[in-house]
Design a protein around this ligand. Sequence first.
Ligand SMILES: N[C@@H](CCC(=O)N[C@@H](CS)C(=O)NCC(=O)O)C(=O)O
Length: 211
Amino acid sequence: MIALYYFPGNASLLPHMMLREIGAPFELRLVNRDQNAQKSPEYLKLNPNGRIPVLVDGDLVLFETAAIALHLVDTFPDAGLAPAVGTRERAEFYKWMIHLTNTPQAEYRAWFYPHEHASDEAAVPSVKQAAERRLNRMFDVISEQLGDRTWLLGDRFSAADLFLLMLIRWGRGMPRPPRTIPNLNALAERVLARPAVQQAFEAEGLKAPFV
Ligand SMILES: N[C@@H](CCC(=O)N[C@@H](CS)C(=O)NCC(=O)O)C(=O)O
């Protein structure tokens, strides 16, 4: 049985949307951030970094959102969330998954937690501003790469589109939210129209505006 440790809207949203797309049985386990449960001794046994998400699959305990996502596409190949292994499309899929996790997702850490990136409280606003500038540039590049394609891989929907939706959503409070870039907004709308995505949002209690 699969269990996903989550908090509404956190990085756990990607594997949650994927599990709904896959349609396999799974259990959601809330990590109550309001009580800092991600830093509790029990949770630290699952993820010593004290971060969300964690996926438990039998006796496998996985942290890192992208690793969880890649594990899910491998475990459920028939769900069609990634192109076949060894193909050019699969390589493009890896490119996007790795880019999204180690570039915009990592940059969001500086935007949401700027105090972690400054030793002086006075520097925090400027750390946040610089993160925002870098995020804007990253979303511009993603938008240029997406162009007028339907999905990041062209005609083929994949878990990378779910990942991008989550990242677009995280920026809804930025001075220039990613949704203000027309083709990113259009992609977000297409992903949001998927029944599995709507089920995940509803189960997490996420309310409009979604991006
Ligand atoms: N690289 C990690 C980052 C996870 C992460 O930063 N999660 C955030 C929520 S989106 C978190 O746990 N924040 C609470 C904290 O750092 O205490 C991953 O992708 O799993």
